[in-house]
Design a protein around this ligand. Structure first.
Ligand SMILES: Nc1ncnc2c1ncn2[C@@H]1O[C@H](COP(=O)(O)OP(=O)(O)OP(=O)(O)O)[C@@H](O)[C@H]1O
Ligand SMILES: [Mg+2]
Length: 237
């Protein structure tokens, strides 16, 4: 299949001491795609994203981002090259205002932060209204929006979003997924990890199923939604 990949991972291995968290993972994110990582707790989803970002040093394999080898690069360099991770648990600074959280997202390039702020407030009017509010007092959904909005402040080409729906009411989950779909339509490539497998596959183009550090299945969202073993293990059907 011909695909113009923004991210290409080959045979990635990551160990934490004696734990082989990734045992040779290969996956791609095409330019303009939403790709979802499906897998139970401990399967290695966060490890994949953190390693792509540069927060973990792989023990084997390679990572290419925009056709350049990036495995081994430090995080700040990868962020400047155009990727961003919205971490599990949202990772906003609770004691800082909405505005200061957003400015932190642009800290390596404050040059056009004013215009970026305007764009972000256009897409997330709620955050504009609450720009002086302390982030810790936002609702869970608002905090997830802030975390995604902060990612946009660094003007990335690819955003990795680690389990954005965790702890959110179903109706808010729909809002967050709609935000991701809209961002994707604006041109952002998205690597998403989700336990909310059905909803995630509904918005994604393709997906990978991860089990204890290995990809056991991959395909288009439709293929995975119709796959017997995926339905049994992740869709309760
Ligand atoms: N810093 C660490 N030190 C030791 N082991 C770790 C560390 N981080 C992750 N692991 C282990 O690596 C494996 C993969 O963890 P990871 O967090 O990537 O899974 P995950 O798919 O994101 O799970 P979850 O759905 O619970 O977030 C697990 O066995 C975990 O215990
Ligand atoms: Mg995780």
């Amino acid at each position: 299949m011909e695909r113009n990949n923004i991210l290409s991972i080959k045979d990635l291995k990551v160990n934490y001491g004696h734990v082989n968290a990734l045992k040779g993972v290969s996956l791609d994110v095409g330019q303009g795609e939403i790709v979802v990582l499906v897998g139970a707790n401990g399967a290695g989803k966060t490890t994949i994203m953190e390693t792509v970002l540069g927060a973990n040093v792989p023990s084997g394999g390679e990572i290419r981002f925009k056709d350049k080898l990036t495995s081994g690069n430090p995080v700040d360099r990868n962020v400047r090259n155009g990727m961003y991770l919205v971490p599990e648990g949202r990772g906003v600074f609770s004691s800082m205002t909405v505005m200061d959280n957003l400015l932190l997202g642009a800290h390596h390039n404050l040059k056009d932060s004013a215009s970026k702020l305007e764009l972000v407030f256009d897409s997330f009017p709620v955050l504009g209204e609450r720009r002086t509010q302390i982030a810790g007092t936002l609702s869970g959904g608002e905090r997830q929006m802030l975390a995604i909005a902060r990612a946009l402040m660094s003007a990335p080409d690819m955003i990795m979003v680690d389990e954005p729906s965790i702890g959110l009411a179903p109706i808010i989950v729909n809002d967050i997924f709609e935000i991701l779909v809209n961002l994707n339509k604006e041109g952002y490539s998205i690597l998403l990890s989700e336990q909310n497998v059905y909803k995630a596959l509904k918005i994604a183009h393709r997906g990978y199923v991860l089990e204890t550090g290995k990809i056991i299945k991959s395909g288009t969202s439709d293929e995975l939604l119709n796959d017997e073993s995926v339905r049994e293990a992740y869709l309760g059907a």
